[in-house]
Design a protein around this ligand. Structure first.
Ligand SMILES: NC(=O)c1ccc[n+]([C@@H]2O[C@H](COP(=O)([O-])OP(=O)(O)OC[C@H]3O[C@@H](n4cnc5c(N)ncnc54)[C@H](OP(=O)(O)O)[C@@H]3O)[C@@H](O)[C@H]2O)c1
Length: 332
């Protein structure tokens, strides 16, 4: 498909993700020849700039994608379900940011720092999934460690912003904050319970067994990206009253020993990662990550609860003999 400029479309152009895609195309000087922007009737007609181009957003209903090279889908799962096939049948490559196809093993799921070479097989289905933010952050941070020490277990808790639920999520936190500060009662429409001055241990619908769908999607994406379909992964996703920036706490176990110092050195040279791990409270926060493309990493440390002893010596035999030694020394 090598060309000097490409015909690009963004579906969901007036949303949070669509707006960032348009900004990134301009910032990264992506060779956009022709740009089509689509949204629903609510915002169709707005003018949006992408570098030197200014484009009027059109209603998606009129899209046909003939002669379009790449279509970014950023309008939610339902729109992706209805429109991806139309785009690929018209000959375009679809890049989907929704969770619609994230668990379909026949669809490519790509994080360029991790599996950029897989993009070469895009023609199989004409669709590439960009996984959600948690899976991206975890894959970027953990792949360099997995390659060296083979990760055998991952336990994660997240602290995720309201922008993960789009513009409506931002508006709900703003509104609830103002109402509560003014002593008035609040309503929750986007989130299952009050989000202002609160934290909700539920992102996505709850499934049988207690996991949420978003937790399950992130687990499955991470397993695919790390190339281990059976990898034990436990993720608890928590919505925090932040506007932007996701924080993630991760604990890993590895097959071969990996010290915090080893991990720090591996991550310092890993693509897409910025280690901020000094002793003087110089750890990263979600606010630091806003507007940045790197995954920031800090507070790397050895897990003192980890099973680092020799299980048959101190873990059994030596311990037993030590008990006998204490017995004969003091009691028998
Ligand atoms: N927010 C995040 O952090 C994040 C991260 C990773 C992936 N994603 C995914 O990105 C997608 C967009 O999320 P977002 O946060 O950007 O949502 P958003 O801010 O609510 O934006 C949604 C966009 O989709 C458009 N849209 C909605 N329904 C439409 C329809 N029926 N036809 C045409 N356009 C329609 C909206 O246009 P109107 O305003 O005109 O309705 C708007 O431009 C979702 O699939 C989400 O899962 C989001």
């Amino acid at each position: 498909m090598k060309k000097s400029a490409y015909s690009v479309a963004v579906v969901g152009a007036t949303g949070l993700v669509g707006g960032e895609i348009i900004a990134a195309l301009a910032e990264r000087a992506f060779p956009v020849g022709d740009l089509q922007l689509y949204a629903s009737l609510h915002t169709a007609g707005e003018e949006v700039s992408c570098g030197a181009l200014t484009v009027r957003v059109a209603p998606l209903d009129g899209a046909h994608f003939a002669d379009t090279d790449i279509v970014f889908f950023a309008a939610g799962e339902q729109v992706s379900a209805e429109w991806i096939t139309r785009a690929t049948e018209a000959g375009a490559i679809a890049i989907d940011t929704s969770p619609l196809l994230a668990e379909d093993p026949d669809v490519l799921l790509v994080v360029p720092e991790v599996n950029a070479a897989d993009v070469s097989s895009y023609a199989d289905r004409g669709v590439i999934v960009s996984p959600d933010a948690v899976a991206i952050a975890l894959a970027v941070a953990l792949k360099p460690l997995h390659d060296v020490a083979t990760i055998t277990r991952i336990v994660v808790s997240t602290f995720e912003p309201v922008s993960g639920a789009g513009r409506a999520g931002i508006e709900e936190l703003q509104q609830q904050t103002v109402e509560l500060m003014s002593g008035r009662s609040i309503e929750s429409a986007v989130f299952p319970q009050r989000i202002a001055f609160n934290a909700l241990p539920q992102i996505g619908v709850l499934l049988a067994g207690g996991r949420t769908r978003d937790e399950q999607t992130a687990v499955s994406a991470l397993r695919r990206l790390l190339g281990d379909a059976e990898l034990p992964v436990s993720i608890t996703r928590v919505r925090a009253p932040l506007f932007y920036g996701t924080a993630v706490s991760v604990n890993i176990e590895t097959a071969t020993p990996l010290t915090a110092a080893d991990a720090r050195e591996l991550l310092r040279v890993a693509p897409g990662v910025l280690v901020q791990d000094a002793d003087d409270e110089q750890y990263p926060t979600p606010a630091d990550a806003v507007g940045q493309d790197a995954t920031f990493i800090g507070r790397i440390r050895d897990d003192e609860s980890a099973n680092v002893l020799d299980n048959t010596r101190k873990g059994a035999a030596v311990n037993a003999v030590q008990i006998a030694e204490r017995l004969i020394r003091d009691y028998v």
